[in-house]
Design a protein around this ligand. Structure first.
Ligand code: MTE
Ligand code: HPA
Ligand code: MOS
Length: 764
């Protein structure tokens, strides 16, 4: 017998993730766990083996002879448009005459077993005429290969500002891409229904994106397609847009064969075929006065977008939004270029272009600090944002916690003391050196594309008093469903175990924005709150009628009705039954759209974000100067969670995001050769942080702030911001290397700072 875990009262801000039991027992259902329907066909995708070229011929003869092969599907078989591009229609589902990256889908094979399908793909013979491939974004830029016209954000007067600078420093900063490595690879399972209707179970962050695209490809109206998402084994942005292709393929297969079709990518295929965090190459120029005020900042970002635009144009925008990180710079001119290259289309990844822009700013500060002969943190602290400042995009800085988190960190972990310990250690050790870096962050919450900031919730109270909630939120491990339970439990004042969160389903909640931009809990939580408020009002009206009192005298508290704050004998279930007798509607559908936000793309000015999240972290690292290996001794963070509604979940997001960001900066090396082949295409060659790469100490302090009303229960968004701290890892490593080799100054600050690069830096 399983012991029933003691019920956690609903409003306690540490409610456990509602999935934790089924997760640890292996009972949670992902795409591959859905019980298989009879007649299910299995899919393997045939992809381009070259990065750029023309398709001369495709020969399927051998495939069709293979026993168990049921169907081959390529661009000829598409009833509607052969087009899946989300922002720009530049991406065919199946390549037709040309291929633009290695791993681009050309056809799919449906077979009675997965093994047959996978073996059959190798029997397809394709002849290409190879064309030159470009993998470097600057090379692409020079050839004029851009997805969209370049964009510039500017503030102040540059010419005048440069003249006032005491110090002007120029440099280059590059960041590599990052593989999402969600535990559950991309996948979908499509079922044909009557009259050409299709149900698609998908591992997607964007159910509506899949529904809309499948409708376009199948040439049927959206109402004939139902997308259902139970949960994701991680998304991290990799399934915001790039889950679509596989869902559409499964739906296409099911439409053509009238049989259920399952498509799940194997890990190496997923790594080969899908896009990653956009690598960037950048140049910058920074100017400071004698007091270390940053007076001017200029940068050019060359985004490696890959062969199709995907979400890169939106990602590019966030690079510009976060170009000055947590600092006030009065004169700014930053320009971003979305470069077309022959690698898989890159895509959303936690931070969405923001981290790439912030790295450049931190590189500029680090290089300036070295030239001037001060610590980076002297420049960082001097220029922190404060209320009354303005961001380069015109939004006023309000409720700013940049200085508060910095001071909070200083107070709890005096930086001077940390530095003294490090200095002493370095004086006493020859073959080990320590370094440190401080990393302040600032991240804007809202989709930068204003119209996307909306969500809906459908709340049913069943006649037995139990509750079912549907929203547009997709659970991907970030704990959003638990937060939705908390919202409803608090407003209706019922126990959490009365509430069930339904799958995310386009038939119950239509026209969803993807679960992304860290805004899922805010947008959907607000919608749940609105629906519950309406239901509560209806129920209180029922109670008022029974008790013959004014509705204003009534409250719901812990599943009871209170009259003027004293409990009466109407329990929750009785109230619901009474409402049924009175024929009161116990269902509500609510719509929330973030108020106040706007942005004018012509002027590149506006108020795009509901609010900002702030924080400051300090990193301490020890490097082994013989081997180049290193270990992070500690990361100490003071973070602005607002009033956290769930400290367990928020702490989990903090720790996970931090380590994921550190992995990007430390070890995750995506290597494409000049023919566009991904060489680090497996976990043997692509290293992600394991438990040994986690800092020995991670100390997270929740800054006590009021939070912001635009955040659900004033609990600020927490999904992406922690990843940004990871950038500090690069600069702590740089500091440590320079302790051993004071002459080391990289030509280009290039993350990740792998042990190999550390070693070369030590002796370079
Ligand atoms: N945490 C887990 N465990 N798994 C994920 O896939 N995705 C991240 C972040 N935290 C992710 C995660 C990304 S990229 C985003 S945008 C947010 O969660 C999305 O969820 P939220 O809007 O509810 O914060
Ligand atoms: N963040 C994440 N995903 C997005 C955004 C954004 O700002 N805009 C469009 N998709
Ligand atoms: Mo997150 S990159 O907005 O899915």
């Amino acid at each position: 017998m399983v012991k029933k875990i003691k019920e956690i009262p609903t409003h306690i801000p540490s409610m456990k993730n509602i999935d934790s039991h089924s997760h640890v027992r292996g009972e949670s259902i992902y795409i591959d766990d859905i019980p298989e329907a009879q007649g299910t066909l299995y899919t393997a995708v045939c992809t381009s083996t070259i990065a750029h070229g023309k398709i001369i011929s495709v020969n399927y003869k051998e495939v069709l002879k293979k026993e168990g092969v049921i169907q081959i599907i390529n661009h000829h078989d598409i009833p509607g448009e052969n087009q899946i591009g989300g922002i720009i229609p530049d991406e065919p589902l199946f390549a037709d005459k040309e291929v633009h990256y290695q791993g681009q889908p050309i056809a799919m094979v449906l077979a009675t077993t997965e093994a047959i399908a996978r073996a059959a793909v190798h029997l397809i013979k394709i002849k290409y005429k190879e064309l030159p491939a470009i993998v470097d974004p600057i090379e692409a830029y020079k050839k004029g290969n851009l997805h969209i016209p370049s964009r510039t954000f500017s503030l102040g007067k540059m010419d005048k500002a440069w003249k006032q600078c005491e110090y002007i420093i120029e440099g280059k900063a590059d960041t590599d891409g990052q593989e999402h490595l969600y535990l559950e690879t991309q996948g979908a399972y499509a079922f044909p229904n009557e009259n050409g209707h299709i149900t698609i179970a998908s591992s997607t962050q964007g159910p509506t994106a899949l529904q809309r695209t499948a409708a376009k490809v199948l040439n049927i109206p959206m109402h004939k397609i139902e997308v259902d998402v139970r949960r994701l084994g991680g998304g991290f942005g990799g399934k915001e847009d790039q889950a679509t292709a596989w869902g559409v393929m499964a739906a296409l297969g099911a439409t053509i064969t009238r049989q259920p079709v399952k498509l799940i990518l194997h890990r190496m295929d997923d790594m080969k075929m899908t896009g990653k965090r956009n690598p960037y190459r950048s140049t910058y120029k920074i100017g400071l006065d004698k007091q270390l005020n940053i007076l001017a900042y200029e940068a050019d970002y060359y985004q490696n977008a890959g062969a199709a635009a995907d979400l890169s144009p939106a990602i590019l925008e966030r690079t510009l939004f976060h170009s000055t990180n947590a600092y006030y710079v009065p004169n700014v001119k930053v320009t971003a270029h979305s470069c077309i290259t022959n690698i898989p289309p890159n895509t959303a990844f936690r931070g969405f272009g923001g981290p790439q822009g912030m790295f450049v700013m931190e590189a500029a500060i680090a290089k300036a600090a070295r030239k001037i002969g001060v610590k980076s943190r002297a420049i960082q602290q001097q220029n922190l944002l404060n209320n009354g400042h303005v961001f380069p995009y015109g939004q006023k800085v309000e409720e700013c916690e940049a200085i508060a988190t910095w001071k909070g960190l200083e107070k709890k972990h005096p930086l001077k003391a940390i530095q003294q310990n490090i200095d002493q250690f370095n004086a006493e050790n020859i073959h080990y050196k320590k370094g440190m870096a401080v990393m302040p962050i600032c991240f804007g919450i809202s989709f930068t594309n204003t119209p996307m900031n909306n969500a809906r919730a459908l709340v049913h109270i069943y006649q037995d008093g139990s509750i079912g909630i549907s929203t547009a939120a997709v659970e991907m491990g970030q704990g959003v469903n638990t937060k939705m339970v908390q919202v409803a439990a608090k407003i209706l004042s019922v126990h959490a175990d009365r509430i069930k969160i339904e799958s995310t389903n386009t038939t119950r909640i239509a026209n969803t924005s993807p679960s992304a931009a860290s805004a899922t809990a805010d947008l959907n939580g607000k919608a749940v709150a609105m629906a519950c408020e309406v239901l509560k009002k209806r129920l209180l009206k029922v109670a008022a009628k029974i008790l013959k009192v004014k509705i204003t005298e009534l409250r719901l508290k812990d599943e009871r009705i209170l009259v003027k704050n004293s409990p009466v004998k109407i329990a929750w279930q009785t109230l619901i039954q009474e409402a049924m007798l009175q024929r009161v509607n116990l269902s509500e559908h609510a719509h929330y759209a973030t108020p106040k936000i706007h942005f004018d793309k012509n002027k590149e000015k506006g108020h795009p974000f509901a609010y900002h999240v702030y924080g400051t972290a300090v990193f301490e690292v020890t490097i082994d100067c013989i081997r180049g290996r290193y270990e992070f001794d500690a990361v100490k963070v003071v973070h602005d969670f607002g009033t956290s509604m769930n400290r367990i979940i928020d702490l989990g997001q903090m720790e996970g995001g931090l380590v994921q960001g550190m992995g990007w900066m430390m070890m995750e090396e995506l290597i494409y050769n000049k023919n566009g082949r991904l060489l680090s295409n497996a976990l043997s060659t692509y290293k992600i942080p394991d438990i040994y790469s986690v800092p020995k100490e991670v100390d997270v302090t929740f800054l006590n702030t009021d939070g912001n009303d635009m955040a659900i229960f004033k609990s600020k968004a927490v999904g992406e911001p922690p990843l940004l701290y990871g950038i500090g890892a690069y600069f702590a490593l740089l500091d440590a290397v320079q302790q051993f080799n004071p002459n080391f100054e990289p030509e280009t600050y290039h993350a990740p700072f792998t042990p190999e690069k550390v070693l070369m830096g030590l002796y370079g």
